[in-house]
Design a protein around this ligand. Structure first.
Ligand code: URA
Ligand code: CA
Length: 433
């Protein structure tokens, strides 16, 4: 088999056979195929697409390129959740304890933030002592003991995806639905949970900027999950404005704690309820949505979910005082208040732009090895559709650097689009697939 022939075939719009896809993935991962040939194939795929069957083969080949994590030692139906990435998305820290406290084993191997989106591991590290580097044995034992563990991926999972994703990043070939679906799903399938709920974000802060593409991505991912024998559901959700009010690591941990205590932002709470409902049903904990909701609401009202967070922090070596008293979490020297210069209604808050502001405050990574400022970030005091008066607080900036804060203030004043009329209600959940 020759790489040249595979490139030519896809260039001419023909479907690739499973052996051809495996040949490419295996040999590219092993360094036997040069970047220029891989790039040519990616660009041919970008223009001529992969059909569903090719997408499945690609996903399978990527899973097989590295280790898989067998979780069968964990009792019960294990659930996993994945978000395609957003701004201020604190969901895992709320949802995990909620479903775990309802008796469902929640297994989550998370990533770090890169670019304008944050990462759960960074957020957790704002809790003093919290260990995200669990061995596979500790990970499984923790889930067996308390139904939850969140850790980093230590094993050599999907090396093909790592290499291909870096190449796509520099050859303008990220934006292809089959490539995105197989990239995300290969990582999910390599960690062998029984059921997966995917939160596919759409809007200004998401990979997918429009609803039809987001739905198609969701369909592709659900198809891959189910074909691999994993119960998979996708929810398409709004990421046009940031989720909740807090964006930034420690600020989001505080927001998660407040949400678990029943005082969180409505959108974050509602999203956790929706995703949690799906997880409880997939885990066969309940028979229907009404029962699921009841259990989840009770987990918040009874503080069971909050106590589950405490338990998880304790199990993973963190200091629970940071949860009991969030004022101990990392803080910045300055908190700046941004006041509105006009009156009216907030019509939009571009999530990606807010994400970039937070990144520039030092809360995120510009490159893989940037050191991040855990205390930095932004709190939105007004969200889309809220009424605002001149002089009222739009947002707070948490920063170590007043000059940077000033610059971000000007940017945020520009990002808040305020008009005379309110928008006609906003949608949080667009679809379920
Ligand atoms: N996230 C991924 O993991 N892969 C993609 O291709 C896009 C987003
Ligand atoms: Ca948030």
């Amino acid at each position: 088999m020759r790489m040249y022939d595979i490139i030519e075939k896809k260039r001419d719009g023909l479907p690739l056979k499973s052996e051809e896809i495996s040949f490419f993935v295996k040999n590219y991962t092993e360094g036997n195929i040069p970047d220029y040939q891989a790039s040519a194939l990616l660009m041919a795929i970008f223009f001529n697409k992969l059909n569903d069957e090719e997408t499945l083969h690609l996903t399978k080949a990527m899973v097989e390129s590295g280790d898989t994590v067998d979780l069968s030692y964990i009792n019960g139906i294990k659930v996993d959740k994945h978000s395609t990435g957003g701004v201020g998305d604190t969901t895992t820290l709320v949802l995990g304890p909620m479903v775990a406290s309802c008796g469902v084993p929640f297994v989550k191997m998370s990533g770090r933030g890169l670019g304008h989106t944050g990462g759960t591991l960074d957020k957790l590290e704002s809790i003093s002592g919290f260990n995200v580097n669990l061995s596979k044995e500790d990970f499984m034992n923790n889930v067996n003991d308390i139904n939850i563990a969140i850790c980093s991926q230590t094993a050599n999972i999907t090396p093909a995806d790592k290499k291909l994703y870096s190449l796509r990043d520099v050859t303008a070939t990220v934006d292809n639905l089959s490539l995105i679906a197989s990239s995300i799903m290969s990582k999910k399938l390599a960690i062998k949970s029984d059921a997966i709920v995917l939160d596919v974000k759409v809007g200004s802060g998401a990979f997918m900027k429009d609803l039809s593409h987001a739905k198609e991505l969701a369909r592709l991912m659900v198809n891959i999950g189910n074909k691999f024998g994993r119960k998979t559901v996708a929810i398409v959700t709004n990421m046009d404005e940031p989720l909740g009010n807090a964006i930034g690591n420690a600020l989001e941990v505080k927001e998660a704690i407040e949400t678990l205590q029943g005082n969180g932002p409505k959108d974050l709470y509602e999203l956790c309820m929706t995703l949690g409902t799906k997880l409880l049903i997939l885990a066969e904990r309940v028979d229907n949505e009404a029962e699921a909701r009841k259990l989840l609401e009770e987990s918040i009202n009874s503080k069971k979910a909050y106590n589950k967070l405490l338990e998880m922090v304790e199990e993973q070596g963190g200091d629970v005082k940071y949860i009991q008293n969030p004022n101990l979490l990392p803080k910045t020297k300055y908190v700046m208040e941004i006041k509105s210069k006009t009156s009216g209604f907030v019509r939009s808050i571009n999530a990606e732009e807010i994400g970039k502001c937070v990144l520039s405050l030092g809360a995120g990574r510009e490159t893989i090895d940037s050191v991040i400022d855990l205390g930095a970030g932004v709190i939105l005091n007004k969200k889309v559709d809220d009424e605002v008066q001149i002089g009222e607080t739009l947002a707070f900036i948490h920063t170590e650097d007043l000059d940077k804060g000033k610059e971000v203030e000007n940017r945020i004043l520009d990002i808040y689009k305020i008009g005379e009329k309110n928008i006609d209600g906003k949608t949080l959940i667009f679809d379920e697939i």
